[in-house]
Design a binder for this molecule. Structure first.
Ligand SMILES: Cc1cc2nc3c(=O)[nH]c(=O)nc-3n(C[C@H](O)[C@H](O)[C@H](O)COP(=O)(O)OP(=O)(O)OC[C@H]3O[C@@H](n4cnc5c(N)ncnc54)[C@H](O)[C@@H]3O)c2cc1C
Length: 448
């Protein structure tokens, strides 16, 4: 039987289609840089249907690209040519929040915004909140500004349910805080970018809600001055929750895009955006730590959100100018200055726009222009002891760099795990690990 028809028998005619017009919305990513045709799009309603879909694909030797909100930035959420696009968006059920445990079970297709609305505080937030899904952000081990205090998605996962490459369902959703019986399969699936299993539900660990919040945008003269101020904040502001940065170029772009005046009188090469949260008013301790420094301090919700809109709006302002090459890298804080000063010299004819999460040494490098040299930037990162991926994942964009970044021994161990869990190599082939693990795929992607 034709593969689409076999999939339609599982999910119904409306939810399995290969009409190019219907499929188009699933085949190009948020940046517009990554695009490819799928063999069919399939939209199961629950974990049972996901398992049956995977079994049908495994029997046909058809490769699968799992997709949530399609806001991933490394090319792994869209087909590269001929895979079945498996959308998890219909698995959007959000269970009842358990305040005693501070946990909730949430379907992989629920958006981050829906999760945030259901719990005390999800402990994770970023600009794609209205579109990105819990399954997708767990698959990427997403971070965001608040990772400084609460860790990345990994720290929020108390367990999960997933479908493996042969259609087996594995589930650990009890929410037990202490459970060290055996290997930690959920931990293995977090950050695996759809290459080891398909996440269908997540047991999410919320954080206590801290109602009093203050943010400040502080102009700083250099990366070294930014790092020094971060040190002061860490030492003296116990309520520090986030500490992002953006360059003056990025601030100008966001201001122009949003048609807003600058929130600070003095322009500087860099700006640090810090947020503090506590159950008492954190304004005093933040003001004391900032001392005589000039800053735009926002102690009400509207002005605080206004400052974050500038920082989060940078990506959209860049996208309005063209399709950027996006590199999400991490460098040791001590090397941040060296990186920011050198990146313009190694990125070819492109113009670099730089912003990110200072507290994690996480820089979002956006290259706009005719001949961006992404390899030059990644070389620089590795020469400074950094990482090629901090929170967006490796995807297909940086798969060829994995061995340089992690070494042959670690990559061999990763391949062994992949081969054990997905011997046919049908789950998101070409993502994370550079090439399909076997050549058995029917209509699989072209090897790089
Ligand atoms: C405006 C904007 C701001 C962003 N800001 C941040 C930020 O601050 N911090 C950060 O970490 N990231 C950020 N991101 C990128 C981030 O990776 C994604 O927003 C999010 O993690 C992906 O979720 P998604 O549901 O859209 O996943 P998708 O884009 O659909 O998929 C991403 C990857 O996960 C896999 N996947 C998706 N769902 C599943 C599933 N259920 N099971 C297994 N694999 C799956 C896909 O195959 C793909 O490899 C941002 C993106 C945008 C567009």
């Amino acid at each position: 039987m034709d593969l689409r028809r076999a999939l339609a028998e599982v999910v119904g005619e409306r939810h399995a289609f290969d009409d190019p017009e219907l499929a188009a919305g699933y085949e190009t990513d948020w940046t517009g840089r990554w695009t490819g045709r799928s063999r069919a799009v399939v939209r199961p309603a629950d974990a049972g249907e996901v398992a049956r879909v995977v079994r049908v694909c495994a029997e046909a030797g058809a490769a699968i690209v799992p997709q949530g909100g399609n806001t991933g930035l490394v090319g792994a959420s869209v087909p590269r040519g001929g895979e079945v696009l498996l959308s998890l968006r219909r698995l959007e059920r959000v269970g009842a929040f358990d305040p005693a445990l501070g946990q909730v079970t949430v379907g992989a297709g629920a958006t981050l915004a829906a999760l945030q609305a259901a719990v005390s505080d999800a402990g994770l937030d970023f600009g794609a909140r209205d579109s990105c899904t819990v399954g997708g952000l767990v698959a990427c081990d997403a971070g965001g500004a608040r990772a400084l205090r609460h860790g990345t998605a990994r720290a929020r996962v108390a367990g999960l349910e997933a479908v493996l490459a042969d259609g087996t369902v594995v589930a650990r959703l009890s929410g037990l805080v202490k459970d060290n019986a055996g290997y930690d399969l959920p931990g293995l699936l977090v950050g695996s970018e759809g290459t080891l299993g398909i996440v269908t539900a997540v047991r999410w660990r919320a954080v206590p809600r801290l109602a009093r919040r203050v943010a400040a945008l502080v102009p700083v003269e250099s990366p070294e001055a930014a790092a020094e101020l971060l040190g002061v904040l860490r030492a003296h502001v116990s309520s520090l929750e986030a500490c992002d940065f953006l360059t003056d170029d990025c601030l100008s772009l966001a201001l122009a895009h949003q048609r807003r005046p600058a929130p600070v009188a003095r322009r500087a090469p860099l700006y640090l955006l810090a947020e503090c949260a506590a159950d008492h008013d954190p304004l005093e301790e933040l003001a004391a730590a900032l001392g005589e420094r000039e800053a735009s301090v926002a102690d009400d919700t509207a002005s605080r959100e206004g400052l974050w809109r500038l920082r989060e709006g940078v990506a959209e302002a860049i996208a309005a100018l063209g399709v950027p090459v996006k590199l999400d890298v991490g460098v040791p804080l001590a090397e941040l200055g060296a990186f920011l000063r050198a990146v313009g010299e190694v990125c070819g004819d492109a113009r670099p726009y730089l912003f990110g999460h200072l507290g994690d040494g996480n820089v979002h490098v956006n290259l706009l222009g005719d001949a961006p040299d992404e390899d030059g930037v990644l070389e620089l990162v590795l020469s400074l002891g950094g990482t090629i991926s901090a929170e967006h994942g490796v995807g297909v964009a940086k798969a060829a760099w994995l061995e340089r970044a992690r070494g042959a021994a670690e990559v061999a161990a990763m391949r062994a795990v992949k081969a054990a869990l997905d011997p046919q190599g049908i789950l998101n082939p070409g993502a994370v690990l550079p090439a399909p693990i076997t050549a058995k795929l029917a209509n699989g992607p072209r090897p790089a």
